[in-house]
Ligand binder design. Sequence first.
Ligand code: DQA
Length: 195
Amino acid sequence: MEQLHPQFLIYLDDKASFMANLVRSTKATPSNKAPFLATYRRLLVINGANLNLLGVREPEIYGATTLQDIENRLTQTANTHDIELIFVQSNFEGELIDAIQQHGLLGEDDKLVDGVMINPAGFTHTSVVLRDALLAINKPFIEVHLSNIHRREPFRSHSYFSDRAIGIICGLGHLGYDMALDYFLHQYSLASEAN
Ligand code: DQA
């Protein structure tokens, strides 16, 4: 097997060890994982352009659930695990970059996060600067898309984020966000078991 798609690499990476060995035995480039450090018990949830319109925007693709619904549900789950979520949605690339810089690196301790869940929306396919911001803070991040970007127009298949994400969840609608949060909650519980 010459090369695995990065998406599969990521999913396999956290599965049973024989799967991990399979990945290691390929010539595929290893995924760049920042280690998960459970320092702040806080996560950043970023949503890019037009996701403020969830619920009314092309509901046949993105569903009827609003961003507020998603954020409320995530908050409820996070609260039960004593995790704080910081939500940022913007239609402006620069605002998202500022938020990533602040919560990832520059802010005071009470603003810093351990990881990021991001749906970059249309910026997925265009934004080197947003990618650079995420790489600059060197925190693990999960890329989420409501739709399956690989089943849509060809230009949506390319992401500036996937090769550096811990994992990519796409095509599972609003539930993708819960799954991403679940992954981080699992990391938090592993970290507390280790202490
Ligand atoms: C999206 C997919 C992108 O291609 C699109 O530009 C979006 C939303 C998704 O969640 O499916 O705005 O990221």
